[in-house]
Design a protein around this ligand. Structure first.
Ligand code: IPD
Ligand code: CA
Ligand code: CA
Length: 277
């Protein structure tokens, strides 16, 4: 009997599924904009969930299940779904940037990725507030609104614009990224805190930003963005330039040209001890 991996996956078709799913989620985000009635904390302080997260996830899942009923899904709000034996795993963040969204700061998107045997191979990210659709699949390149994109050519850290973020556990750990943020702010033209990891990666892919690092992330935050950066000519690794592993929640993504210097700087940073009681 044939199993799923006996047939070469058609990444172009799977990319269209990811795109339809991300656009369905993004349409829901647009429709709830400014109309939220139910904003709650999920667990840690500041980790929010709204009716838009749940409705967008339902819309994304409906598309994936319609086309790929035999695949696995890992969705932020619903957890693990589908066939656990499938080599195909969809990683879904229906609303990346929930804090922004809840405050009506328009920097959020729906992110849909397909991992095949553990590696991100297809990604679609849709930002309905700027009407930007970012897409990539392994070997097929990366696009923004269907036009090819490429990482920036900035080759010096001192001339770079970076982005990072701070996980919801930042008040509970010394590994909170505060010291890294200060050091890189000192060494570069600036460090932004976008608040939506998938768009941070998409912005590296299209050259608006030169590099991104962050810890405490989940596969659904970064899987689509990783394939985008790679297909746009950039590099994604662990902080020490070793292979990036999704389950570490940590990554360094750059245009390639500043990768080594950013990695070296990140590895030198000592945690900053605050007394912020
Ligand atoms: C968060 C955003 C944010 C990052 C957090 C993520 P959410 O996702 O991507 O930029 O710093 O670590 O959890 O909660 O808005 O889906
Ligand atoms: Ca997220
Ligand atoms: Ca989310």
């Amino acid at each position: 009997m044939k199993n799923d991996m006996d047939v070469e996956p058609n990444l172009a078709v799977l990319l269209d599924v990811a795109t339809e799913a991300a656009q369905a989620g993004g349409a829901v985000l647009h429709s709830y904009w400014g109309k939220l009635e139910n904003i709650r904390e999920k667990g840690r302080p500041g980790d929010l969930i709204t009716e838009a997260d749940q409705a967008a996830e339902a819309a994304v899942l409906a598309v994936i299940k319609r086309y790929c009923p035999d695949h696995q899904i890992l969705a932020e709000e619903s957890g693990a779904l589908g066939n656990p034996d499938s080599p195909y795993l969809w990683a879904v963040d229906p609303l990346d940037g929930t804090t922004n969204y809840a405050h009506q700061y328009p920097f959020s998107a729906t992110s849909v990725a397909l991992l095949i045997q553990g590696g991100p191979q297809v990604g679609a990210i849709y930002d309905p507030f700027h009407r930007e659709l970012f897409r990539a699949a392994k070997g097929l390149g990366a696009t923004r609104n269907r036009q090819p994109i490429h990482v920036s050519k900035t080759d010096k850290l001192a001339q770079s614009l970076l982005v990072t973020g701070f996980a919801y556990d930042r008040r509970e750990t010394k590994d909170n990224n505060y010291a890294e943020f200060c050091r890189m702010t000192h060494l570069t033209q600036g460090v932004r805190r976008g608040g939506a990891a998938c768009l941070d990666l998409a912005y590296v892919a299209c050259g608006r930003l030169d590099g991104y690092w962050e810890r405490g992330l989940s596969p659904w935050d970064i899987a689509a963005g990783i394939i985008l950066v790679e297909e746009a000519g950039g590099i994604v690794t662990a902080y020490n330039q070793g292979p990036q592993r999704l389950n570490t929640g940590r990554l360094l993504a750059t245009n390639g040209l500043i990768h080594q210097s950013l990695s070296q700087e990140l590895l030198q940073v000592e945690p900053m001890v605050f007394n912020l009681e």
